[in-house]
Design a protein around this ligand. Structure first.
Ligand code: SAM
Length: 342
């Protein structure tokens, strides 16, 4: 490929190093904050084929991307995802692979995830079975907890992502954050983002980071924490989270970290190094910006060089999302999170 050393630097001097790939918009859960049952799915024929995703990854890697995350919809809801993951690992062995999952369909893949060294972000908003069913529309908490326990026992690197919602799971901070106390698991509370038309987001449901922090401080002493790889362009193990270790009244310090992702009250756009690829093959430079750059048909008709040029052009125009959020009244983007990948 020509000009392999062209780097993906945007107009604000930020270099894209991280590609988040939605392999499907379909999901077996229907989390109320993410999508609704009426959200139409993309027709199968319009979804990127796995081989095409591989080609787009190759272009991104040639321009400096060093981290890949697979998301959805639910990645494991797409047939063949596990085989695809193995192929990506074999073709890009230097790439750290990560995935974001609801943990319901992952059971049969755990051995392989461990072999491939995949890190897992598990979305889990509650430990209460009926609340889980009411948030997700499915009674599958026991399956998620079983898979979570297995991942911990197997030593698969694991983070728990909790969407913080006042009046929904604000009474569960202690139970959820306790998961990082004795086990080597990191727990992140994410501010609920007003994403997409039809979102149930409201001021009442919004539980800001300051409130989450105050609640955590009632139970533990919070000690600021910076993982060893915090500095530099790949400071992405912790992502944009603010992190702490928890110290309890007996002086025990948590093994895992406790984190807040303040996407709404305190954006982290200045250090954003992300580019997203949607399931139908469009580049999206910012969660909050609806402008997308379609590359599927470019790849099919004109090949990887055309994708490379489109990627450079897209990244050059990467906006500052917090400015878009500040300007918005109501939902900040047209698409729901399930169609973008989070
Ligand atoms: N199905 C997978 C899962 O459940 O993790 C991956 C896709 S899901 C869209 C990715 C992440 O986005 C999940 O952690 C989910 O909780 C989060 N998410 C969805 N809608 C959100 C919103 N409005 N605000 C904050 N996080 C959201």
């Amino acid at each position: 490929m020509a000009q392999d050393d062209a780097r993906l630097v945007d107009g604000h001097g930020r270099q894209v190093r991280y590609l988040r790939i939605s392999v499907t918009d379909r999901c077996n859960l229907c989390c109320r904050y993410c999508r609704d049952e009426q959200t139409p799915f993309i027709p199968h024929g319009d979804i990127l084929r796995f081989e095409e995703i591989e080609e787009i990854i190759a272009v991104a890697v040639s321009m400096g991307v060093r981290k890949l995350r697979f998301t959805g919809g639910e990645p494991f809801a797409r047939k063949g995802f596990q085989d695809f993951l193995r192929r990506v690992h074999l073709r890009f062995p230097e790439m750290g692979l990560r995935l974001t999952t609801n943990g319901t369909l992952i059971g049969g893949a755990l051995e392989e995830l461990r072999e491939l060294g995949v890190s897992v972000n598990l979305s889990l908003d509650t430990l209460d079975r009926s609340r889980f069913a009411s948030i997700t529309g499915r009674d599958l908490l026991p399956t998620v907890l079983e898979n979570m326990e297995r991942m911990m026992a197997m030593g698969i690197p694991l983070k728990i992502n909790v969407v913080a919602m006042r009046g929904v799971n604000d009474g569960e901070l202690y139970g959820l954050a306790s998961l990082c106390m004795d086990r080597n698991v990191d727990v992140r509370f994410i501010e609920f983002m007003p994403m997409g038309e039809g979102s149930i987001w409201s001021e009442d449901l919004f539980w800001p980071a300051a409130g989450i922090l105050a609640e955590a401080s009632r139970h533990w002493t919070l000690e600021p924490y910076r993982p060893r790889n915090f500095a530099g362009p790949l400071a992405e193990e912790s992502g944009p989270a603010e992190l702490w270790k928890l110290r309890d009244a007996q002086g025990r310090v948590s093994q895992g970290s406790f984190g807040l992702i303040t996407s709404v009250t305190h954006g982290f756009c200045a250090s954003c190094n992300r580019l997203r690829l949607t399931a139908e093959g469009s580049l999206r430079t910012c969660l909050y910006d609806d402008k997308e750059y379609p590359v599927r048909d470019l790849l099919r008709t004109r090949g990887p060089e055309a994708v490379r040029r489109a990627m450079l052009e897209a990244v050059a125009q990467k906006p500052v999302g917090s400015e878009i959020l500040a300007r918005s009244r109501g939902p900040v983007a047209r698409k729901r999170m399930s169609a973008i990948g989070g």
